[in-house]
Design a protein around this ligand. Structure first.
Ligand code: PLP
Length: 393
């Protein structure tokens, strides 16, 4: 399938908004609003052409994949590499689950909502998640105004009887906390969003084994632009309905993207098993550890903000104990309730996402920890320069 003189799909580095050896002038805003995982470019640049793949003109024309999966558009190479990586890392049970591929896990969220929503109810089913929740859940649900489901807000205050859907994001976006279901109902349908359950962010404490689990290459390897996510689903009927949703919305998922993702996952698993290769998770974990250490030093020094603390946990993958290093910092202004942390940081040319978007308040903001080095360094410099009424001005 991969001819040598075909069209080369290179893991090439795209132009940086902030070129190396060039510093942004002070008026340029550093955008840490999105969790855009450009931090990982440095690793993939070092990998050079190791994950290049080629396609001949006559490759991948069919809508259908060759595999025997219930998900008829899932490339068997990708399925194999997804299962292999979960087995290598030990973060999820794959054997008794169906694998469904999506255009990012964002599409799979909608597919899961569709598949879990009863069609025989007079009212749309309520969808909840505990605050602070991933801001896309309400945005995505309210946007489509489906007759099947509706956003019902904070899971902690949800008290209605009957069926409901709860998103459990663990580690959580925005605050990095390891989560369990919150609603105490017996008719809950649970969607585990495990986008960040990888060793660079948190200790792998057990193999997750839930009915519906969502993962994404965006946060695992940093290849957000490939738009590949996958769901591991226990129930055959739910898996079938999710596949149907994908069929109706996009008639499958790009084969080029799937095969590139398969190659990247293969390289990562190889790197975990071969001591002569650079282990991706060790590399990214050390970057995250360093960033978090430096951020905590700055926050402690200017005494205006509070950061979430994380417990020391033993990681079955690294065989080591460490604190989580989440993909986002959840920063809270120490001032009173009237504080607007997003506004304060914006005045210092740091773009973040306001806590209100996550069902919380404006004292808190979410800050991406996944930017390129140069942006992260400028962010720390600017944060350090902020002074409160008591320590300067
Ligand atoms: C918790 C969580 N789930 C899902 C996604 C979506 O990922 P994808 O790029 O695969 O659509 C994100 C992206 O930020 C996320 O933070």
């Amino acid at each position: 399938m991969y001819g040598t003189d075909g069209c080369l799909v290179k893991c090439s580095s795209f132009p940086c908004a902030t070129p190396k050896n060039d510093s942004k002038d002070t008026s340029t805003t550093i955008n840490l609003d999105h969790g855009d995982p450009t931090m990982y470019e440095s690793y993939w640049r070092k990998m050079g052409n190791k994950c290049d793949i080629t396609f001949n003109g006559d490759d991948s024309l069919s809508y259908f994949a060759n595999g025997k999966s219930l998900c008829w558009f899932l490339e068997s190479k990708l399925e194999k590499q997804i299962k292999r990586l979960h087995n290598v890392v030990g973060n999820a049970i794959v054997d008794d689950h169906y694998t469904i591929v999506g255009t990012g896990s964002s599409q799979l969220m909608q597919a899961a909502l569709y598949a879990l929503s009863p069609i025989d109810q007079l009212e749309p089913i309520s969808v909840v998640s505990a605050t602070p929740f991933y801001s896309e859940y309400p945005e995505m649900i309210d946007f489509v105004r489906s007759g099947l489901h509706k956003w019902a807000g904070d899971a902690r205050t949800y008290e209605k009887n009957g069926v409901y859907i709860e998103f459990i994001t663990s580690p959580n976006n925005p605050d990095g906390i390891i989560r369990e279901p919150v609603v105490n109902g017996d008719q809950g349908k649970l969607i585990y969003d495990l986008a960040y359950y990888w060793p660079q962010y948190t200790a792998i404490t057990s193999s997750a084994n839930h009915d519906v689990m969502l993962f994404t290459i965006s946060k695992c390897t940093g290849h957000a632009g490939s738009r590949i996510g996958w769901a591991l689903v226990k129930d055959k009927e739910v898996a079938r309905k999710m596949t149907k949703f994908m069929e109706i919305s996009t008639i499958g998922v790009s084969k080029e993207a799937q095969l590139r993702a398969a190659k990247i996952l293969e390289l990562i698993s190889d790197g975990c098993l071969d001591p002569n290769m650079e282990n991706f998770f060790e590399y990214s974990q050390s970057l995250m550890t360093d960033r978090w250490k430096r951020l905590r030093q700055v926050v402690m020094a200017n005494d205006l903000f509070v950061l979430q603390n994380y417990p020391l946990q033993y990681c079955l993958f690294t065989k080591d104990s460490f604190e989580s290093h989440p993909a986002f910092a959840w920063l809270i202004c120490k001032g009173g309730e009237e504080e607007d942390c997003e506004k304060l940081l914006k005045e210092h040319n740091i773009q973040t996402r306001c806590g209100r978007r996550f069902g919380s308040d404006s004292r808190s903001v979410r800050i991406s920890m996944l930017s390129r080095d140069e942006d992260f360094n400028i962010f720390l410099q600017r944060l350090m320069a902020i002074q409160g009424p008591t320590n300067g001005n």
